[in-house]
Write a protein that binds this ligand. Sequence first.
Ligand code: PGA
Length: 251
Amino acid sequence: MTYQPELSVLKDGNAVASTAARVIAAHIEDSPAAVLGLATGRTPLAVYADLRGRVARGELSFDGVRCFSLDEYQGLPPGHPASYHSYMCRELFDHVDIRQDDWHLPDGTADDLAAAGAGYEAAIRHAGGVDLQLLGIGENGHIGFNEPGAPFESRTREVALAASTIRANASEFPPGDTPPTHALTMGIGTILEARRILLLATGSRKAKAVAAMMTGPIDPAVPASALRLHPAVTILCDAEAASCLSGDECG
Ligand code: PGA
């Protein structure tokens, strides 16, 4: 069974972020013990800023909300400035009233990464599963760090990063640091078990990946195309990220 994701093309990145924050805030207001799956990267930065603002103004509380991040670099200590642990603390967790025990990332420093992946899956299951999963999309169509070719039934596991992903994220690392080549990521199968999925895409760099996700073959070559197997996916794009969807030749 395949589905057509609900697509909203919005004016710009700010509109994408404020719409996403509104969806997440409404979800938390409706279910204060919600389980959120969270993405890192540049795209959701303004979403987290919006959510922090709501909490600072007393309009929203994360008390009781559980959060599971999608992925973490392999081998980076949690305190490394480019780790996703640091990112999530800096952008969200340090600024909201979430309980310390209620937010989780895969442990990229574990000696046994297979056990860490299985433990992460168990923790998500124990929480009752992800209610709302926030996603970005890579220029190569990846979701989380599920690079092209990742099986649709994959679970949280160690993966090798595509060279293009390492290049795209290199600027997150201090000069002189060698970016990691591997990561621990929720699998595509893990992501597809979320009850609802919200994917954000902004900027022309994402236009081809968005078109492939929405209109190309449903195939592991484009990991995000797996989202068309899920009945409750919303895609929020700005006009640039949607620019290859018209069917016209896209350069
Ligand atoms: P970006 O990354 O938000 O930094 O573009 C998205 C992704 O790679 O999933």
